[in-house]
Design a protein around this ligand. Structure first.
Ligand SMILES: Nc1ncnc2c1ncn2[C@@H]1O[C@H](COP(=O)(O)OP(=O)(O)OP(=O)(O)O)[C@@H](O)[C@H]1O
Ligand SMILES: [Mg+2]
Length: 276
């Protein structure tokens, strides 16, 4: 069934996934509309990256269905879903280390975005400029530091020309000005009509960008709604935020607890977990 302007872009219907005894998706249902911007928070090991694996096709669900643009994609592989318009970044960056930043982006524009020849080169160059990587275009990706690798993840995902962009912890370790820059890139992407789902421990980045926030804990959604309301939800605070968070965060402040730019003591703010 082709998608129409008012139909959902992404639909998960009772999706379940287990790794042995660990349930990473426990009957998850979710709808994301075209152009929506949604944040996902949750404790380490909650199943956030696994959720992206299920949406992007790296993980196969035990049960349930996933539709994208009205098309059933549950059994499609990641390459096919990318061509349909699902772009993702990886929590642990995965560039082709021996290829330059430009070549990495070009591969994404050609293989994922379906561009060829000059238009693929022009588009890759445009994406590098947008993500602040143009000066590193000829640097081998393997020589980049972590922050530039994270930018390259974003560049590669954007180069596939997604209709849905999945961001997995792209703000971790960034300074406040860098977070602000990243938020601007995400906003600009969204302004072009791309839907964004953004997993992030850096809560101030999410509250600056998203209109809807979901908390995931132990494979279940425990809150879904306006960011300030979700962060004030006692069930969310219990599983994710702990007691330290100030009421200013719950009230929707971009910089919780004052003007220092320090983020609250959210559990696991510098996670090192591998991708699911
Ligand atoms: N391929 C896998 N095989 C076995 N277990 C896995 C696999 N991928 C993830 N897990 C486990 O599933 C659980 C959820 O992992 P996931 O990476 O989805 O969590 P997360 O919410 O992204 O955590 P973090 O905030 O640390 O990134 C963890 O217990 C993890 O160890
Ligand atoms: Mg993760």
């Amino acid at each position: 069934m082709p998608d129409t302007a008012d139909s959902a872009l992404l639909e998960l219907d009772c999706v379940t996934k287990r790794f042995g005894k660990v349930v990473v998706a426990d009957g998850l249902s979710l709808t994301v509309g075209p152009g929506d911007i949604v944040g996902i928070v949750g404790p380490n090991g909650a199943g956030k990256t696994s959720l992206f694996g299920l949406i992007a096709g790296d993980l196969e669900p035990g049960s349930g269905e996933i539709r994208f643009g009205g098309t059933q994609v549950t059994r499609l592989d990641a390459a096919a879903r990318c061509k349909l318009g699902i772009g993702r970044t990886f929590q642990v960056p995965r560039p082709f280390g021996g290829m330059t930043v430009f070549e990495n982006t070009l591969v994404a524009a050609q293989q994922g975005g379906g561009l060829r020849g000059r238009s693929s080169h022009a588009y890759a160059a445009q994406v590098l400029e947008r993500t602040g990587l143009d000066r590193d275009a000829n640097v081998p990706a393997g020589r980049l530091g972590l922050l530039q690798r994270k930018r390259l993840e974003l560049a590669r995902a954007l180069a596939t020309q997604p209709r849905l962009l999945l961001l997995d912890e792209v703000a971790g370790g960034l300074t406040d000005p860098e977070v602000a820059e990243l938020v601007e890139i995400v906003r600009a992407t969204r302004a072009e009509g791309v839907a964004v789902v953004w997993i992030e421990h850096v809560v101030r980045a999410l509250t600056a960008a998203v209109e809807r926030l979901i908390c995931l804990a132990a494979g279940k959604f425990v809150g879904d709604g306006k960011p300030a309301e979700v962060l004030a939800n006692p069930a969310v605070r219990e599983v994710f935020l702990g007691a330290e968070v100030t009421t200013s965060l719950a009230a929707g402040s971009i910089v919780p607890g004052g003007t220092s730019g320090q983020i609250p003591a959210v559990p696991g703010d510098a996670p090192a977990a591998p991708d699911g």
